[in-house]
Ligand binder design. Structure first.
Ligand SMILES: [Zn+2]
Length: 323
């Protein structure tokens, strides 16, 4: 069998199969809008190149959207074959060999190699702190395609813009001075006010959730409970928010459910100002809605519904909005 014109031999079935595989890699819990992060996407069969439509921001998108694959017209199968060729070859490949193997023009082969290498090097640069990589030369200046020393799955994940386990060790989490170690699960809940639920109020939209006293036991001081118990071991850093200069911030990963629908892991920023209560009569700790949740709240009126935050005994967080 000739190695030429492989592209023309790719069937729709192959392509659908590869697309489904890529979607699973990119979106573990179903399609997610690349623009607003909403998990509510409807399939739209009539728009062939863009199989999904975001119900929050109406963007039509595909697994290519927002990745280096977006401007390419080459089949996804060819991309996967290119990644396999780059990771499987132990040595440099000439562009003509590369193009013959993939059954695409030399120009397409070069552009494919360049984009894959660029994505991979970008990832490597982030992952490598100490040394400049010797492969930092742009592919455009290369006469041959260098091999990539990684698995095709890892390269595909990087090309699709997925987060990878970094080879750099994760810094140890700083524990607050007077933190109380928690072993038993913790829970907090409140009824969403119209402001919390992102409804228009006379005071304007406040894009965060104030972590009030609500149903905490009387023994708990809600001004310090969140900073020193619930989220005591998160990576708090000094920062500012608007005009507030001396606050602390951290990112917390929550397993989110929205009206009973699991949305998967969502990172939310928390801010803590030790004097908020004293100076403005507002709780000291706030949870800032990420765009994904803010959009959902704007679309679905949850005022009067419950919001709850729980911390498991192993320190995992869940955020449930509405029932
Ligand atoms: Zn969207």
């Amino acid at each position: 069998m000739s190695s030429q014109a492989k592209t023309s031999m790719i069937t729709q079935e192959d392509e659908d199969h590869v697309r489904e595989g890529m979607e699973k890699i990119r979106w573990i819990s179903g399609p997610e809008c690349p623009r607003c992060g909403s998990a509510f996407a409807s399939p739209c069969k009539e728009k062939k190149p863009m199989p999904y439509r975001c119900r929050a921001c109406r963007l039509h998108f595909s697994v290519r959207t927002g990745t280096v694959l977006a401007e390419s017209r080459l089949p996804l199968t060819t991309w996967v074959q290119a990644i396999q060729t780059l990771t499987e070859s132990q040595q440099e490949t000439t562009f003509s060999t590369f193009s013959r193997r993939l059954g695409v023009s030399r120009k397409s082969a070069r552009s494919l190699a360049e984009r894959i290498l660029q994505a991979w090097k970008g990832f490597q640069r982030v992952a490598t702190i100490h040394k400049e990589l010797d492969c930092a030369q742009p592919a455009a200046q290369l006469e041959v395609v260098p091999p990539i020393d990684a698995s095709p799955e890892d390269v595909l994940r990087v090309v699709l813009g997925c987060e990878m386990h970094s080879p750099v060790p994760i810094p140890t989490v700083g524990v607050a001075m007077n933190a109380v170690p928690v072993s038993s699960p913790l829970a907090w809940s409140k009824k969403l006010s119209t402001t919390d639920a992102q409804r228009e109020t006379s005071g304007g939209l406040v894009p965060y959730l104030r972590l009030t006293k609500s149903k905490l036991p009387p023994s708990e001081d809600f001004q310090t409970f969140f900073r020193q118990k619930m989220f005591f071991d998160q990576d708090w850093k000094p920062g500012s928010f608007g005009r507030e200069l001396n606050i602390e911030k951290c990112k917390v990963i929550f397993d989110v459910t929205f009206r009973g629908v699991a949305l998967g892991k969502v990172a939310c920023e928390l801010t803590h100002g030790p004097n908020r209560w004293q100076s403005n009569n507002t709780p000291n700790t706030w949870l800032h809605w990420p765009k994904k949740l803010k959009d959902l709240l704007e679309l679905n009126d949850l005022s009067g519904s419950q919001v709850s935050i729980t911390r498991s005994s192993s320190g995992l967080f869940a955020l449930a909005l509405g029932r």
